[in-house]
Design a protein around this ligand. Structure first.
Ligand code: HMG
Ligand code: MG
Length: 305
């Protein structure tokens, strides 16, 4: 079995992790969390969302967060952008990377963005035109690629169709989302085998939520297929306010621990990551990440493992 030598971790904790928390964190707390994540060596950290703050109040401080964080030279700090207004907000703070989002199922996309898939892609036309003029790097999320909370099963062909629409608009990377954590390794094979027939792995990420405990197994299967970009959140927080049943992303510590065991490079310090998650836990209460919990306990017990 062969694996990629190196993996890129896209830390989505400050955005996906916080967007559905019952507690809305102030900008200064999100800034401290992001700074600790940068110190842990993460080179891709999604730091906020320029969406309607009435719909997602947890992200209302995104301008202040973006302005307030320390920016490491080699690190990308993408922000979520739903439309032209979101892009203008991103440009006003000097963002260099943006993430657009649509879905592979109509009902979820309607509830999430108040638009059909076709409407959201036509919104993106003007967004990508301006973003290209401004030389921004663009990620495109596709949600519900393995199952929809409203429609159930989603066909891999639909994921390919939406992927191609986004690639036609010139997005640099696609993030293939298991929004409600229903995928198993078989779903990963079905979707990525099809995508990889025409899209290089350098343009594909897996965005796994760990709702049913399959996220790490899914990442392992994706690694075996050559996927080497993974979205995770420190401590395993996360979820989408418009996807009933969605819980946290795969915890960054869980992925890092597995990659260390496999000897795959990722550039992240596990101890520094735990320090970032511990700060978040001090603000939100207990975090779900498994490796995080074990490492914290190990430290409390005197650190023998
Ligand atoms: P809309 O179609 O205009 O409809 O917005 P609306 O009724 O939701 O909003 C209208 C109001 O929003 C107007 O203000 C607009 O000015 C304002 P009002 O007249 O009521 O005062 N507005 C904005 N304000 C600030 N920034 C903006 C903006 N745009 C409109 N950019 C929109 C469509 C998509 C913006 C809206 O529905 C929205 O914000 N939805 C929230 C979507 C969201 O944040 N979802 C969670 C993130 S996606 C996710 O979690 C999945 C992912 O993790 C991958 C996965 O797991 O699958 C990425
Ligand atoms: Mg998500």
């Amino acid at each position: 079995m062969s694996y990629p030598q190196e993996v890129t971790i896209v830390e989505v904790g400050p955005r996906d992790g916080l967007q559905s928390q019952p507690k809305v964190l102030p900008a200064e707390d999100i800034i401290e969390f992001v700074n600790r994540l940068s110190d842990a060596g993460l080179t891709n950290i999604e730091v906020g969302a320029f969406v309607n703050p009435k719909r997602v109040p947890q992200m209302a401080a995104s301008e202040a967060v973006f302005r307030g964080i320390k920016k490491a030279k080699q690190t990308r700090y993408p922000v979520l952008v739903p439309n032209l207004k979101g892009l203008e907000r991103a440009l006003s703070v000097g963002a260099k990377e943006i993430a657009l989002f649509t879905a592979a199922s109509e009902t979820f996309n309607q509830k999430n963005t108040n638009a059909s898939i076709a409407e959201s892609i036509s919104r993106f036309k003007e967004v990508t035109e301006l973003a290209h003029q401004e030389k921004l790097w663009i990620r495109g999320y596709i949600s519900t690629c393995f199952g929809c909370p409203f429609e159930g099963a989603v066909q891999p062909e639909k994921v390919l169709e939406v992927s191609n629409r986004l690639l036609d608009l010139g997005v640099d990377e696609l993030s293939i989302g298991d929004t409600i954590g229903v995928a198993t390794p078989k779903h990963i094979e079905d979707v990525f085998h099809l995508l990889l027939e025409s899209i290089p792995p350098s343009k594909l990420a897996l965005h796994a939520h760990d709702t049913r405990g399959t996220a790490l197994a899914n990442c392992l299967r994706a690694l075996q297929l050559g996927i080497h970009i993974f979205d995770t959140s420190a401590g395993g927080v996360g979820g989408c306010p418009f996807a009933p049943g969605a819980t946290g992303n795969l915890a960054t510590e869980d992925l890092v621990y597995m990659l260390d065991g496999l000897g795959i490079e990722h550039g992240v310090s596990l101890n520094a990551l735990v320090y970032a998650s511990a700060f978040l836990e001090s603000r939100l209460g207990a975090l779900p990440g498994r490796a995080y919990g074990a490492l914290k306990k190990n430290e409390a017990d005197g650190g023998h493992l």
